[in-house]
Design a binder for this molecule. Structure first.
Ligand SMILES: C[S@@+](CC[C@H](N)C(=O)[O-])C[C@H]1O[C@@H](n2cnc3c(N)ncnc32)[C@H](O)[C@@H]1O
Length: 208
């Protein structure tokens, strides 16, 4: 039997076996060159020890997989880094490449729970703005300060459960909100990180 094709889109450092990992961060590109890896060990330009097997692709562009060729798509804390329009295009591409009944699971920060915490006076205003993830980090390292636009990806759009489900249904998915690790993906525990599910919207569905 053929092995299921499972994509982890916007993988970052989360690259367990059994999945095809995709990202376009400069660190992931450079990690393919042993020379660069040894320089990075000394200069620590990139915080992540990037897996050299990551497929480099800008996920706001057309995907390199054929229509109806993918069984599972997992994407955690990535959609919010795309503009509203790029996010729609990304989800439409997910729909195109998934086979019928293929599973999609999208995890994003929950704007509503961040705002609720602020309105309940549980966090101060400046912390709230930082928690939105829309700013570049203030780096003390001079080199990193100049590189920040290439190594950091602030949020460009944010979602709550109602809006994410609405958008995914519009695209054609049969989708609902799920709890952490509650999934039809059999090996969900290899890919989902508990800390990424806190204050997050988790939408899982199928291509109908
Ligand atoms: C916040 S990290 C999430 C990493 C991991 N999935 C997790 O949940 O911890 C977002 C990832 O999306 C990647 N990313 C952002 N924009 C992208 C794009 N246009 N194409 C491909 N990857 C992108 C970044 O390089 C980064 O690794």
């Amino acid at each position: 039997m053929n092995q299921a094709v499972k994509l982890n889109l916007g993988c970052g450092a989360q690259t367990p076996d059994g999945w095809i990992h995709v990202d376009f961060a400069p660190g992931a590109r450079f990690a393919k060159f042993p020379f660069f890896r040894s320089i990075n060990k000394k200069l620590k330009l990139f915080d992540i020890n990037w897996n050299r097997k990551i497929i480099i692709h800008n996920l706001t562009k057309k995907f390199p997989w054929k229509e109806s060729s993918v069984d599972v798509i997992y994407s955690s804390h990535t959609l919010e880094h795309f503009t509203r329009e790029d996010g729609r295009r990304f989800l439409s591409e997910c729909y195109r490449v998934l086979r019928k009944d293929g599973i999609i699971r999208i995890v994003v920060p929950d704007l509503r729970s961040l705002v609720d915490e602020y309105l309940k006076n549980n966090i101060p205003a400046d912390q709230f703005v930082e928690n939105l993830g829309v700013l570049y980090e203030n780096r003390s390292n001079v080199l990193k300060k100049h590189m920040v636009k290439f190594i950091e990806f602030p949020h460009k759009c944010m979602y709550d459960s109602r809006r994410l489900i609405e958008i995914m249904r519009d695209i054609g998915f049969d989708v609902s909100c799920r709890a952490a690790f509650d999934s039809d993906i059999p090996d969900i525990r290899t890919i989902e990180l508990e800390e990424r599910t806190e204050n997050a919207v988790i939408a899982e569905g199928r291509k109908t």
